[in-house]
Design a protein around this ligand. Structure first.
Ligand code: ADP
Ligand code: MG
Length: 255
């Protein structure tokens, strides 16, 4: 059987209707060639609603600190609003989308990142549900809401979630974000990053914020799968087409 492909989308893609449509046209074409699973975040949307409700939200090393009291908002935005919007767009493009969380089918199990509150560190657990769905031509779309072994709902960074989902399915992984890839000090695209260069780029302050966790997630996924992982932009639908064909686009993270 063909290797499945996990595609991670930053939630910001929903703010660009043209890019969103182009992207899902590409996803529709790819879905005819190989099993696909989408994983998404939605940090901006979470931030917006928290702010409108007068809540203060902070991040450490690119990951949101989530007091337990924020979980109804975080889960509402990610598993509710953003997930259902993406499912609707997918369906408009002829895809049989199914909205899920990381907990569905116990796909991932999460440890609690106590330093950040109700934040989960995901580990791969079961491929059964996703396999069942992709075997029947459904497109699973997972929001990055997880659950701990003792039933606590958790906010999970979507790059870490996507890497764990790819691991559970022995799938390829593409991380699509709002920039063309990982950029150097001068703002130029870096073609490829290896395991020695990655920590260097982070300690030099070239890779910051959300890109730190993305680069680390990609590196871990590359090392685990013994395949390189791409970080590319969702603005350019061609990038996804090229990557799916095994051609270069964005930044390749090598193990
Ligand atoms: P996503 O929702 O795709 O995970 P994030 O905001 O978490 O988005 O991470 C992507 C962001 O990382 C970029 O929009 C950019 O602001 C930031 N960033 C920090 N360092 C870099 C870098 N070296 N190259 C590209 N983006 C970077
Ligand atoms: Mg991010």
């Amino acid at each position: 059987m063909t290797t499945p492909l996990v595609i991670k989308l930053g939630g910001r893609v929903l703010t660009d209707a043209a890019a969103l449509n182009a992207l899902f046209s590409t996803v529709h074409k790819l879905a005819a060639l190989r099993p696909l699973v989408l994983v998404h975040g939605g940090g901006d949307q979470v931030q917006d609603l928290l702010q409108r409700l007068g809540e203060v939200s902070t991040k450490t090393a690119g990951q949101r600190v989530t007091p337990a009291g924020h979980m109804p908002i975080v889960a509402g935005v990610l598993a509710g609003d953003v997930n259902s919007q993406l499912c609707a767009v997918a369906q408009q493009h002829g895809l049989k989308s199914v909205g899920l969380t990381l907990q569905a089918g116990e796909t991932l199990i999460c440890a609690v990142d106590t330093s950040r509150g109700a934040v989960g560190i995901p580990t791969p657990n079961s491929s059964k549900l996703l396999q069942l769905l992709i075997d029947s031509d459904y497109l699973p779309i997972l929001s990055s809401i997880g659950v701990s072994a003792d039933g606590q709902r958790l906010n999970v960074n979507a790059d870490l979630a996507a890497a764990a989902v790819a691991q559970v399915l022995h799938a390829d992984l593409i991380l699509l974000t709002d920039v063309a890839g990982i950029l150097d000090r001068d703002g130029l695209l870096i073609d490829s990053i290896n395991a020695t260069q990655a920590p260097q780029l982070i300690s030099d302050g070239v890779v910051r914020d959300g890109m730190v966790v993305k680069l680390n997630a990609a590196l871990q996924a590359a090392q685990h799968s013994r395949r390189s992982i791409a970080v590319a932009g969702w603005q350019d639908a061609n990038a996804l087409t090229r990557l799916a064909k095994g051609e270069a686009a964005g930044t390749r993270i090598r193990y």
